[in-house]
Design a protein around this ligand. Structure first.
Ligand code: ADP
Ligand code: MG
Length: 697
């Protein structure tokens, strides 16, 4: 039996259970099984005496006999109790479910190993639903260590595939495997970093005898996982670097200087200047720039984008700016044409609703080079859009553009343009290294001067009246208000009803003001109309679902009310809050929630009230939720699923993995040497489904 053997041939598995493992856990082969790692371990390293028990103990094991087996109650109230005893005392075992099964198993004369978490009830200790096995030399030997526990689904449990069953199958697999598991890291690397070998690691991750070895096994497997991700990402960017040359923007000239010296309405912040220097260096280097610009909402990314575009024009290149929605693209277009004034550049807007005639004109002007800047939605990267000499592409709010779309951009020219990706979603460093590991990162960590930090409050529902009074005051000062409702995909109907009820609520209670409403089910045209009314100040209140989340700029809006705030994640709350605080006025964010919130939720809302710092919030978010719950698009940016490492806890291993990968690629960029063939093989195996970079030319 080897790693590729189908699990159905493992003794004790068979076709039926194999089918369930396939469906529920995507486990097909012995290898899949052995790389299904436990989520926790419990201490079975020793046997406790009843006398030693106190209420603070975790899961423990006891050894002894059973008497007084009793069944009481009927139906749902039925329960089974038994007295467990060893030479030091007694405690009660209780079962509420599976009674018949347990009853058959319990024999007064046998010695048992009982395993569970003791609790104090009416002054006496008991264990509810203990695991119980007749003591044998076998299980007593196995018991000396930390016991692995595996996640299982309801369906699996129904077919007796609980954690203990998985553990047994794991044991069988390790017993039946021929020889040692083939190593997946180069010997030199294992030696240099003093790693446990693969075979030992797999054995110990499932059946650790001591904490020491368990730690070493975890270290090795986590390192390996993170290392391969980094190796993959870095190899791809190395490959691009070798294959493509970058356009050289050698000079800063008329347009940049004129704009900077006479058009720019304010001084750049220190952070904006620093980032521009970083960009300048990239585009002058001869390498193709692939840079991520992170900056909180309102930090002034658009201006950095524009100044970079001016660098392109000064060197005879066209530039384009791509936004995820039509509204945003239009807004960028307006801002940029306005601020460029009479400088003498030709700028156009291209979106899905650009008329055919206009589109044809645009295409012609793009191809001839008459047009300098093109701003738009991803209509920009459609194949029929041909540039004369595209030198720079800027992608705003990038989380909607994946690696594949970026790849498409490289094909736009004989030589790929420089790429600047801008995002307002602060991403913790570890995550950025993974999701955007192929990009250099710049950060704007400073807001333009004079901004007043947004004041955030958490109100329970009963404070609605007070809130209405506050809204009236703000609107009478000439300000505008957002009210946002959560959106859950599974129940669009309910969402819409919530939204419509909300709309009615504000209409009834604030009849003197005009209200816009926007939600995802509206036709784009209607949505745009409503949006425009709010942008122009025709309406004072905007009632919406999260469709307004991305990038809309209404500096006059000073209040963000978030309904059912308990239903939003931290990052989303932060994004929403960022819609206000864009003008000179003091802005406010009101988080409304019901009384019934978990302590976790309360913590989230408290963080929001405490800080406006997007990076702090992103870190807290990652800590609280773990990367498993990240929004789908970010998640899909992670090249492969993490089986054991945890991006928020294992950042040191991630950095190490990246460093080691860099060192290897430095010496052997194509991984051609004999020593590195194992790396090439593993990457190929892991990458079966992802883009084949060597075919993009
Ligand atoms: P974001 O980073 O969210 O895209 P924007 O580029 O939309 O931010 O900028 C937000 C606002 O700040 C805009 O109105 C912009 O004109 C203004 N702004 C940008 N940079 C500065 C600066 N250095 N000083 C003052 N205001 C600035
Ligand atoms: Mg922006």
């Amino acid at each position: 039996m080897d790693l590729s053997t189908d699990i159905q041939f493992l003794p004790g598995v068979g076709p039926k259970r194999a089918e369930i493992l396939r469906l529920e856990l995507d486990i097909h082969s012995v290898e899949d099984l052995l790389t299904y790692y436990p989520y926790k371990y419990v201490d079975r390293s020793r046997i406790y005496y009843v006398q030693e028990i106190d209420a603070n103990l975790p899961y423990i094991q006891l050894k002894g006999k059973i008497r007084n087996i009793q069944k009481t109650g009927t139906g749902h109230a039925q329960r089974l109790t038994a007295t467990f005893y060893d030479k030091t005392g007694t405690l009660e075992l209780i079962w509420f479910k599976g009674i018949r099964y347990v009853e058959d198993k319990l024999k007064p004369e046998a010695t048992y190993i009982v395993f569970g978490k003791p609790a104090l009830f009416n002054g006496k200790f008991n264990i509810a639903h203990p695991e119980i096995e007749v003591a044998t030399t076998e299980n007593q030997k196995q018991a000396l260590g930390w016991q692995a526990h595996y996640n299982t689904s309801e369906k699996m449990k129904k077919h007796f595939l609980n954690s203990a069953a998985i553990r047994k199958i794991m044991y069988v697999a390790l017993q039946n495997i021929n020889g040692k598991l083939p190593e997946t890291l180069p010997a030199a690397l294992i030696k240099q970093y003093n790693l446990m070998d693969l075979h030992q690691s797999i054995v110990n991750i499932h059946f650790p005898q001591q904490t020491e070895v368990l730690k070493k096994a975890q270290h090795r497997l986590k390192f390996e996982e993170l290392f391969y991700i980094q190796l993959d990402i870095l190899r791809q960017s190395k490959y691009r670097e070798m294959k493509y040359k970058g356009f050289i923007f050698s000079k800063i000239d008329y347009f940049f200087n004129t704009f900077y010296n006479t058009y720019l309405p304010f001084e750049l912040t220190g952070a904006q200047k620093r980032v521009l220097r970083e960009i300048r260096q990239d585009v002058g280097s001869g390498r193709q720039m692939n840079r991520l610009l992170q900056g909180d909402v309102g930090s002034g990314k658009t201006l950095v984008a524009l100044l970079s575009m001016l660098m392109a024009v000064d060197n005879g290149f066209q530039a384009c700016l791509m936004a995820p929605t039509e509204i945003l693209a239009t807004q960028h277009f307006q801002t940029i044409t306005e601020i460029l004034g009479e400088i003498g550049l030709s700028v156009a807007l291209l979106t899905g609703s650009t008329k055919k005639k206009e589109r044809e004109r645009l295409h012609a002007e793009l191809e001839s080079g008459k047009l300098n800047f093109l701003i738009g939605t991803h209509a920009l990267i459609e194949d029929n859009v041909v540039f004369n000499n595209l030198g720079l592409v800027i992608i705003d709010e990038q989380h909607r553009f994946g690696v594949a779309q970026r790849a498409k951009l490289w094909n736009k020219n004989d030589q790929p343009p420089h790429i600047l990706v801008m995002t307002a979603t602060p991403i913790p460093r570890t995550l950025a290294m993974t999701v955007y590991g192929d990009l250099e990162i710049s950060v704007i960590d400073e807001l333009p001067p004079g901004r007043k930090p947004i004041q955030t409050y958490h109100y329970y529902d009963n404070k609605r009246e007070a809130m209405l009074g506050f809204l009236r005051k703000q609107i009478d000062l000439g300000r505008q208000v957002y009210v946002v409702y959560p959106l859950i995909q599974e129940s669009e109907k309910i969402d819409l009803r919530n939204l419509e009820e909300g709309y009615e609520f504000f209409k009834t209670h604030l009849p003197q003001y005009r209200i816009s409403m926007v939600h995802g089910k509206m036709k784009p045209k209607e949505k745009d109309d409503e949006m425009r009314k709010f942008v122009s100040g025709e309406t004072q209140i905007m009632v919406a679902t999260t469709v307004i989340e991305v990038g809309v700029n209404v500096p006059n809006a000073s209040v963000m009310v978030i309904e059912s705030a308990e239903r939003f994640g931290l990052s989303q709350l932060h994004q929403l809050r960022g819609r206000v605080g864009r003008g000179a006025d003091q802005s406010f964010c009101i988080l409304l929630s019901s009384y019934k919130i978990t302590s976790e939720t309360r913590k989230r809302l408290e963080i929001m009230v405490r800080t406006n710092d997007g990076f702090e919030i992103a870190e807290a978010d990652l800590q609280m939720r773990g990367p498993g719950d990240l929004d789908g698009t970010l998640q899909s940016g992670i090249p492969f699923e993490l089986k054991i490492a945890n991006l928020s806890q294992d950042s040191h291993l991630l950095s190490l993995g990246r460093k080691v990968a860099q060192e290897i690629l430095e010496k052997d960029p194509s991984l051609e040497t004999q020593e590195n063939s194992i790396l090439r093989y593993q990457l190929k195996k892991k990458n079966k489904n992802s883009i084949n970079w060597s075919q993009i030319s």
